[in-house]
Design a protein around this ligand. Structure first.
Ligand code: ATP
Ligand code: MG
Length: 345
């Protein structure tokens, strides 16, 4: 079964109308949480390009918020009252994708019993969001290029070209530059898509944003799970969330808080309510040794304590610096610097 063209739903319509002259709706900006400079740059760029029809390429690991950013681009543009049509290029079988994108005329192929509009036509006057654009087969890449260059397309089985007015925004978590080099993605299309490039940082690159995001998702989850008695996140839980490196990015953080809010005995969400891999970050710190009567050389003691733990972490992970750093709750570069400084080999 084919999916009908889907319009991204986000509750922008029910939000209060934007103040005059503001290009970026406060509602969509309000929903994109984070104050990391890279994210602020992205938001600034969205503001600046709001009025134009330029193509935008949004990149970032899975779960970093690409779809949210695409919604913000649409909402910021004069097309906001037009459709925002999302197409997942990786989810539609290759032999159907052309007719799904461009439509077909009656009789174009077996089973084409009537004319049918494609996603491009459905996005007329609005934004066409090509998600996982890297998965687009080469033959269709040429046809998409035509949409971008000449604002025209041809439905399957049709002989004439049809003009279109859509803004194309594409997203990918692939390394398209490498794919261009390998001949899997057309260079000309890459440059056409990449007119404006917005890159979303991974969550582990912006740990300072974790507390605000966690708070936001906790509030959401409390409501959704019907747990109004939960008062918040415990200090231990917050600490564990901040330390974990979130390979699934913001989506993983969101799911983690939903699950923890469901399971928490209350009144707070505790570190023990978090999944094991997240909890690991909240291990107890062993109590300090007793201070000897004669006093101690504090700096030497701390140094020796630190070295001992670093050596144990390295031994336990077979000298895997990534995992050792993780065990120690520091990042890899910090560990490497420490090893160099301490001459631990
Ligand atoms: N900065 C943010 N503030 C608040 N919520 C966010 C933010 N970024 C992402 N989210 C939320 O995180 C979830 C994942 O985001 P989204 O679906 O946009 O990721 P994606 O980059 O498109 O992932 P994928 O590559 O897997 O499709 C969504 O529920 C989204 O609303
Ligand atoms: Mg997505």
């Amino acid at each position: 079964m084919l999916e009908a063209p889907q319009t991204l739903t986000h509750d922008i319509e029910s939000d209060p109308p934007p103040p005059p002259r503001s290009t970026l709706r406060p509602t969509s900006r309000g929903k994109i949480i984070g104050s990391h400079p890279a994210l602020r740059d992205v938001m600034g760029t969205i503001d600046r390009i709001a009025a134009s029809r330029c193509t935008v390429l949004v990149t970032g690991e899975s779960g970093t918020g690409k779809e949210l950013v695409v919604a913000a681009i649409h909402d910021a543009s004069p097309r906001r009252d037009g459709p925002l049509v999302a197409v997942n290029c990786g989810a539609i079988p290759e032999n159907l994708l052309e007719s799904e994108l461009f439509g077909h005329v009656k009789g174009a192929f077996t089973g084409a019993t009537a004319n049918r509009q494609g996603f491009v036509a459905a996005a007329e006057g609005g934004t066409l969001f090509l998600d996982e654009v890297g998965e687009l087969p080469l033959a269709l890449q040429v046809k998409l290029l035509r949409v971008l260059q000449h604002r025209q397309y041809t439905p399957v089985g049709e002989t004439r070209s049809i003009p279109c007015d859509v803004r194309v925004v594409a997203a990918t978590n692939r390394d398209l530059v490498a794919w261009v080099r390998e001949g899997r993605f057309r260079e000309d299309l890459y440059y056409r898509l990449n007119v404006i490039h917005l890159h979303l940082p991974a969550l582990r690159e912006r740990p300072d944003d974790i507390p605000a995001l966690a708070e936001h998702f906790f509030e959401q989850a409390r409501e959704r799970c019907g747990r109004p008695e939960l008062v918040g996140l415990s200090a231990g839980a917050r600490e564990a969330l901040r330390r974990y490196d979130w390979p699934g990015n913001i989506r993983e953080l969101e799911n983690t808080l939903e699950r923890a809010s469901l399971l928490a005995a209350g009144p707070e969400v505790e570190a023990s309510d978090l999944p094991t891999e997240v909890k690991v970050g909240s291990r107890d710190v062993p109590a300090a040794p007793e201070l000897p009567e004669a006093g101690i050389d504090l700096r030497a003691a701390v140094e020796s304590y630190e070295n001992g733990l670093i050596r144990q972490a390295l031994a336990r992970t077979g000298f895997n610096k990534n995992r050792a750093a993780r065990l120690l709750g520091i990042n890899r570069t910090t560990l490497v610097e420490m090893l160099k400084r301490k001459r631990i080999t």
